[in-house]
Design a protein around this ligand. Sequence first.
Ligand SMILES: Nc1nc2c([nH]c(=O)n2[C@H]2C[C@H](O)[C@@H](COP(=O)(O)OP(=O)(O)OP(=O)(O)O)O2)c(=O)[nH]1
Ligand SMILES: [Mg+2]
Length: 135
Amino acid sequence: MSKTIHVAVGVIEDAHGRIFISRRHQQQHQGGKWEFPGGKVEPGESVHQALCRELQEECNITVQDCAPLTVIEHQYDDKRVRLDVWWVQRFTGEAKQLEGQEWRWVEKHQLDAFQFPDANRAIIERILMTAQNYQ
Ligand SMILES: Nc1nc2c([nH]c(=O)n2[C@H]2C[C@H](O)[C@@H](COP(=O)(O)OP(=O)(O)OP(=O)(O)O)O2)c(=O)[nH]1
Ligand SMILES: [Mg+2]
């Protein structure tokens, strides 16, 4: 069995409580589906370092403050992933997608209307649960 791919993922929230999502390129694993920005943790990097690097590269932002939200392990037909998900509420820079992916800000209650990879179901549940607690 191939080894687990460790991924740092950011749930980026803006001042209006909206979440940043982007659409994976068709040729990528889980292509065409929407995602929270992030990418693989490189050798020698902490998850936090990977998160900051990926969000700078993909979304043009510098993370100032973030907190662990959840960790999801998921087996797809072709690979196994471990998604280390962080809530990012403080950042500098204007968020936008720098790698040619379609992107948008969405209200939390609209997240369910987008097609995400299967592993993301648990992330979205956690976002909605956490949001409810703060209303
Ligand atoms: N970034 C991200 N990846 C996700 C999400 N949900 C999910 O199942 N994944 C999976 C898809 C991929 O198998 C893996 C992320 O790997 P990736 O190939 O996009 O990583 P990367 O951005 O570093 O890409 P690369 O440049 O190394 O090719 O995690 C999500 O919400 N965000
Ligand atoms: Mg990525």
